[in-house]
Design a protein around this ligand. Structure first.
Ligand code: ATP
Ligand code: MG
Length: 418
C-alpha cells in the first residue's frame, strides 16, 4: 500500500470539524475588523519567495519545495502566505484603489522540515495583511485582531512577546554592533550563522543551534539602537496596546523568521505545546512591496499556524463547539416503512433539518447502535403499525423520552419544536 508522505496529515471527520471551527472564528474576527479574504495559488515562481521571504531565511535556504515544471520554470509550493498576497496586491493594482487594503487568507503552506509535534511539511495558516498605513495604529490593530482571535477560540494561556527591530536607518548601526560582538566568536558559530554574519547579522539571533544560541544571548540589544522615529513608533504601539488592555512582554530577542520585517515584530507564545510554542507571529514589513516591484507601501500583518492552535486547544482541554451530528435518524423496519423513512428523510433535509436513514438494510437494533455512535439527537422509528396509523415514534437520545409524531407534523416537529 502507498502510504501518506512524511510530515503530512489526513484530516478525518473527527478532526475536520476542529479545523472548520478555527477557520470560522478566523473569518468572523477578520470580518469584524473589516479584513476581506483573498486566495492565491498554491504554487508561485520560486523567485517570488527568494525575493519576498529573503534568501537568508531558513525557509528559502532549506525548507522550500522547489521543482522545475514541464516548461522548465522553477516553481515553489508556497511556504508562507505573505509573499503571494503581496504579489496579488501589486499585480491586481490594489495599490491604486482604496487604501488601506485589509486582506486575510487561510492557506496550506509547505516546508521541508523535520516533522514533530506542531511541525509539519504541509500545514495551514490564517494570516492578515494590512497594506497602506505606516501608522502605529495599524500595528496595534493587527495585534488586537490576533488577540481577539485567540480569545474567541478560548485560548488564554499565551503570552504576547513584542519587539522592534528598527528600520533601514537604524538597523545598519545595529548590524555593525552585532558584527563587532560576534566577530571574536565566528569560529564557534554554525555555517548558517557565518553566512548571516555577512548578509544579515540580525538573523543570527534566531539561530536554534545550542552554541549559537548561547553566544547570541549576550549580544547587544536592538532596542538600544533604535532611531527617534522607530522609538516613537514603538512607544505608540505599546501605549495603544496598554489602552486596549492587551498585556505583553518586551522581548528583544524576537527577530522573526523572514527578512523583510522592520519596526514592530511580535509573537504569541504558548507553554502548553512544548518547543513549538509560537502559535502566531507577525510584524511590520514596510519595504516588501517596493522590493517586489510595487509602489512603496507600508504594511503590517501576522500568520497563525492552524494545526498548532488546534494542538494547543486539545492539550489544554478547550472545546471546539459541538461535533456535527444529525438531528434525527429515521429507522424503518420492513420494506414499506423503510421507503417511508427514506421519503421523510428527504422531506426533512429539504426543510433544512439534518437527517439520515439506513442504507445497509440493518436490523432496528443495529440502526439504533449506528445512530447512537454518530450522535443523532433523535431516532424516529417507523414500523408496520406506525405506517398503518400515520405516525413515527420519536426517541430523544439524551433523555430517552419517547413520543408519537404524525407524519404530517414531522417537518414542523423538527424545525420548530426542537
Ligand atoms: P518556527 O520558529 O516554529 O519554525 P516560523 O518562524 O518558521 O516558526 P512563521 O514563518 O512565522 O513560523 O509562520 C507563522 C506560524 O505558522 C508559526 O507561528 C506556526 O504557528 C506556524 N508554522 C510554521 N511552520 C510550521 C510547520 N512546519 N508546521 C506547522 N506549523 C507551522
Ligand atoms: Mg520555521
Amino acid at each position: 500500500m502507498v502510504t501518506i508522505p512524511k510530515g503530512t496529515k489526513d484530516v478525518l471527520p473527527s478532526d475536520s470539524y476542529r479545523f472548520q471551527y478555527v477557520e470560522q472564528k478566523a473569518g468572523a474576527v477578520a470580518a469584524r475588523y473589516a479584513f476581506r479574504e483573498v486566495r492565491t495559488p498554491t504554487f508561485e515562481h520560486t523567485e517570488l519567495f527568494c525575493r519576498g521571504v529573503g534568501d537568508t531565511t531558513d525557509i528559502v535556504n532549506k525548507e522550500m519545495y522547489t521543482f522545475l515544471d514541464k516548461g522548465d520554470r522553477s516553481i515553489t509550493l508556497k511556504p508562507e502566505g505573505t509573499a503571494g498576497v503581496a504579489r496579488l496586491f501589486i499585480e491586481n493594482g490594489l495599490q491604486n484603489s482604496a487604501l488601506p487594503a485589509k486582506l486575510y487568507y487561510i492557506t496550506p503552506a509547505f516546508r521541508y522540515e523535520r516533522p514533530q509535534a506542531g511541525r509539519l511539511r504541509e500545514f495551514h495558516q490564517f494570516g492578515v495583511e494590512f497594506f497602506g498605513s505606516a501608522s502605529p495604529d495599524a500595528d496595534a490593530e493587527v495585534i488586537l485582531l490576533a488577540d481577539d482571535f485567540l480569545k474567541d477560540l478560548g485560548i488564554e494561556d499565551v503570552e504576547l512577546n513584542l519587539n522592534s527591530i528598527g528600520c533601514k536607518h537604524c538597523r545598519p548601526k545595529y548590524n555593525e554592533a552585532l558584527r563587532d560582538y560576534f566577530r571574536p566568536h565566528l569560529g564557534e558559530l554554525c555555517e548558517t550563522c557565518r553566512t548571516r554574519f555577512e548578509k544579515n547579522p540580525l538573523r543570527m539571533l534566531d539561530c536554534k543551534e545550542t552554541r549559537c544560541h548561547e553566544i547570541a544571548a549576550n549580544a547587544p540589544l536592538i532596542t538600544d539602537y533604535l532611531c527617534e522615529e522607530c522609538k516613537e513608533h514603538f512607544e505608540t504601539v505599546k501605549e495603544l496596546l496598554r489602552e486596549a488592555g492587551v498585556s505583553f512582554r518586551l522581548n528583544p530577542n524576537i527577530v522573526r523568521g523572514l527578512d523583510y520585517y522592520s519596526k514592530t515584530v511580535f509573537e504569541f507564545v504558548s507553554t502548553a505545546i512544548g518547543a513549538q510554542g509560537t502559535v502566531l507571529g507577525g510584524g511590520r514589513y514596510d519595504t516588501l512591496i517596493e522590493h517586489l516591484g510595487g509602489n512603496p507601501t507600508p504594511a503590517v500583518g501576522f500568520a497563525a499556524g492552524i494545526e498548532r492552535l488546534i494542538l494547543l486547544m486539545q492539550n489544554t482541554g478547550i472545546p471546539f463547539g459541538e461535533e456535527p451530528a444529525v438531528t434525527v435518524y429515521l429507522a424503518g423496519m420492513d420494506e414499506a416503512s423503510r421507503k417511508k423513512a427514506f421519503a421523510l428523510c428527504a422531506a426533512l433535509r429539504k426543510a433544512g433539518v439534518a437527517a439520515d436513514t439506513d442504507h445497509m438494510n440493518r436490523s432496528l437494533k443495529a440502526q439504533f447502535k449506528y445512530a447512537g455512535k454518530t450522535g443523532a439527537k433523535f431516532v424516529a422509528t417507523i414500523g408496520s403499525n406506525e405506517l398503518e396509523h400515520g405516525f413515527m415514534t420519536v426517541k430523544n437520545m439524551t433523555s430517552s423520552a419517547s413520543e408519537n409524531v404524525s407524519f404530517e407534523n414531522a417537518v414542523d416537529y423538527f424545525t420548530k419544536g426542537v
